[in-house]
Design a protein around this ligand. Structure first.
Ligand code: PGA
Length: 248
């Protein structure tokens, strides 16, 4: 399975200058064909335009979805709407959703099921806080998040797990490569426990302060199947630097 480098623009991006980034990334990928799959998750307002413009070159995804297909949920966006706009993936359970919107593992699992219902690949996010890491409970927290956030029926084709230590997101701090390797090995075991044989094949992305200068070391670790990139995905040159670091 090819690795995946996914950009999460979060609540950034509007207007011509940001739309131009899709053209610049398209050109850069044509010049330097990637050895990984590439995905960008812009704000929902940009998905339709982005998906139309980048079709066949790289994939476009959403950053969240509602669990229901439609209904009286003002301000929410369903997985079906993302699909209709041209998305192929959706991030669910990002730590910022868990933190600022109170999303629990069961909510995340319902959103992952909604993603599959709509024909999207769910990128299911988990990760421990600094307090949990320092208290020695990172492994058990991530284990319970895997069990609680991944619904029955998850396969390597319909789901990707993203491990993002909360304390590494947007901080410029990352775990050591040894710690990342140890956590990904642990998560592989958790995925097999949760999903059986499919859990052995599912991609596990690392996320949290991935930059061009640390990408090669992280992406070459066993059981690291790619990266989920926040800040560095907003600059095409930086994002390309990460994409180019993906091993063949
Ligand atoms: P960061 O964000 O790369 O800016 O640390 C990662 C994420 O939140 O997905």
């Amino acid at each position: 399975m090819r690795s995946l480098v996914a950009g999460n623009w979060k609540m950034n991006g509007a207007g011509e200058a940001d739309l131009a980034k899709f053209g610049a990334l398209k050109t850069a990928l044509a010049e330097t064909p990637p050895s990984c799959d590439v995905l960008v998750c812009p704000p929902a307002t940009m998905i339709a335009q982005a998906a139309w413009f980048t079709k066949g070159v790289f994939a476009i995804g959403g950053q969240d979805c509602h669990a229901q297909p439609s209904g009286a949920f003002t301000g929410d966006i369903s997985a079906e709407m993302l699909k209709a706009a041209g998305a192929s993936h959706v991030i669910v359970g990002h730590s910022e959703r868990r933190q600022y919107h109170g999303e629990k593992d069961a909510d995340v699992a319902a959103k992952a099921q909604a993603a599959w219902r709509a024909g999207l690949i769910a990128i299911i996010c988990i990760g421990e806080t600094l307090e949990e890491r320092e208290g020695g409970s990172a492994n058990s927290i991530c284990h319970s998040q895997v069990l609680g956030s991944i619904p029955d029926g998850a396969t390597a084709a319909n789901s990707v797990l993203a491990y993002e230590p909360v304390w590494a997101i947007g901080t410029g701090k990352t775990p050591s490569v040894d710690d990342i390797a140890a956590m990904h090995a642990h998560l592989r075991g958790c995925l097999k426990e949760r999903c059986g044989e499919e859990g052995g094949k599912m991609l596990i992305l690392y996320g949290g302060s991935v930059k061009p200068d640390n990408a090669a070391a992280i992406l070459s670790l066993p059981d690291v199947g790619g990266a989920l990139v926040g800040g560095a995905s907003l600059k095409v040159a930086d994002f390309m630097g990460i994409i180019s670091a993906a091993p063949a």
